[in-house]
Write a protein that binds this ligand. Structure first.
Ligand SMILES: Cc1ncc(COP(=O)(O)O)c(C=O)c1O
Length: 444
């Protein structure tokens, strides 16, 4: 496989863009990223003409792979042709909001924005305004976009910025706790309960090796928020319309968050975010309330068309059956391969998300077959990833330097690093699954 054009493009890019990219994770592939030229179904063709089975899927927004259904493409083209943006409301926005509120149990009203980051920023502002409190509980190793309130590491007693450029005085309002640790959550509410505006949590921690929730964990967070008058914010930027189908992860896990943030699939592959939830909260955004929120491109017609038509198509077709079934086939197939080739590793994921976590396990023989379910009876329970920070202790170099480049040469693109997830689309086929499993067998 030649990567000459990608190499040249990266060489040029390094002179004009920081790190050669417009979003950091794109530069993670070793020794340099392949540059995408076009997509075809579940495949991507790079600048040199190489074809890959693509499990990155734009980092999650592409429920249909690179060829959306005809109804989606037609609606997008129509709205692009009719004028890109108006600074006036459109009926499309109303229809999309009606669709989401009909399908997502806790969402009565929503505001569309342009990215997941914008959604989480606004959700935190909303919670602070509603509760008249400042502190926000987040999960260590979780990701809520490039925003000041959540780019925080350490623990609740010693929070510190996880990037340069954020004042310590700012992060003192953020309380990081370990995901899946009910006692830690109770502790932080005991110490700070009267000052906590919100808990912000991903239903499945999907940016850091994919950690499934331990039974009862989300219920504990819900109760703590209720008992202390804090808002429970579910960040469904990744899980929204992927885990739990059209009802999102909250319908799968039976939890009723106060506020939900969306991104990715809700915009059908175009820039998007949304903040949804109970009317009493979401109505606090301007102009109906006093929490400032605005954006030139929010509710952009092309995005609304892609998101809405994509979800309508999913409501009428076997989209979730297909992607979840291929997800299961991948997880089960990978578990068999690991038993043979790398029994210390763990298969993680749910619905149409899958991943092999390069764990270091002392009890290698009994991995869950359909993705780790945090079963306390399992002899590997202690070794499987419970929280985002666990990914940092995995064999990240082996993944990045040896495994992923080898997969690429086999014509399979998996997530750019050990932290991100892989996503199945409706365009993927059983042949793609077979090719992928065979590549894993060869490369592990
Ligand atoms: C859970 C979660 N929240 C928020 C974001 C930020 O979304 P965006 O990259 O659209 O700003 C991401 C991005 O991957 C995410 O995974």
């Amino acid at each position: 496989m030649s990567h000459e054009r990608s190499r040249d493009a990266y060489d040029r890019a390094l002179s004009v863009m920081p790190g050669g990219v417009n979003s950091a994770v794109r530069a993670a592939p070793q020794p340099y990223p392949v540059f995408a030229r076009k997509g075809e179904g579940g495949h991507v063709i790079d600048a040199d003409g190489n074809r890959y089975v693509d499990w990155i899927q734009g980092l999650g927004p592409l429920l249909y792979g690179h060829d959306p259904p005809e109804s989606v493409t037609a609606a997008v083209q129509q709205h692009v042709a009719e004028g890109p943006v108006f600074g006036m409301p459109t009926e499309l926005e109303v229809e999309h909001a009606e669709f989401v509120t009909r399908h997502v149990p806790s969402v009565e009203m929503l505001r569309f924005v342009n990215s997941g980051t914008e959604a989480t920023v606004s959700a935190v502002r909303l919670a602070r305004a509603v509760t008249e409190r400042n502190k926000v509980v987040v999960m260590q190793g979780g990701y809520h976009g490039a925003q000041e309130s959540t780019l925080v590491e350490g623990d609740a007693d010693h929070p510190k910025p996880s990037t340069d450029g954020i004042p310590q005085s700012f992060v003192e309002h953020t309380l990081p706790v370990p995901f899946n640790d009910a006692e830690a959550a109770k502790g932080v509410f005991e110490d700070h309960g009267d000052d906590i505006a919100a808990v912000m949590v991903e239903p499945v921690q999907a940016n850091s090796g994919v950690a499934y929730p331990v039974d009862g964990y989300h219920e504990t967070l819900r109760e703590l928020c209720d008992d202390h008058g804090a808002l429970l914010i579910w960040d469904e930027v990744i899980t929204g319309f992927r885990v739990g189908g059209l009802g999102c992860a909250q319908s799968k896990f039976g939890i009723d968050p106060d506020v939900t943030t969306f991104g990715k699939i809700i915009g059908g592959g175009f820039p998007v975010g949304a903040i949804g939830g109970k009317t009493e909260y979401v109505e606090q955004f301007t102009p109906s309330g006093d929490v400032f929120q605005a954006g030139t491109f929010s509710g952009h017609p092309a995005t609304m068309a892609a998101g809405l038509e994509g979800l309508k198509y999913a409501a009428e077709n076997d989209v979730y059956e297909h992607v979840n079934d291929l997800g299961r086939q991948l997880r089960e197939g990978l578990a068999e391969i690991l038993a043979e080739r790398a029994p210390e590793y763990t298969v993680v994921g749910t619905d149409s998300i899958f991943k092999v976590a390069f764990t270091r396990s002392d009890a290698p023989q009994q991995a869950c077959s359909n993705g780790c379910r945090q079963n306390p009876e399992c002899p590997r329970f202690g070794d499987c990833p419970k929280r985002g920070t666990d990914a940092a202790h995995m064999e990240t170099d082996r993944y990045a330097r040896l495994f992923r480049p080898a997969m690429r040469e086999e014509g399979v693109l998996v997530s750019q690093n050990q932290f991100e997830a892989n996503f199945v689309s409706y365009a993927h086929t059983e042949e793609d699954v077979e090719q992928t499993l065979s590549a894993y067998r060869d490369c592990l």
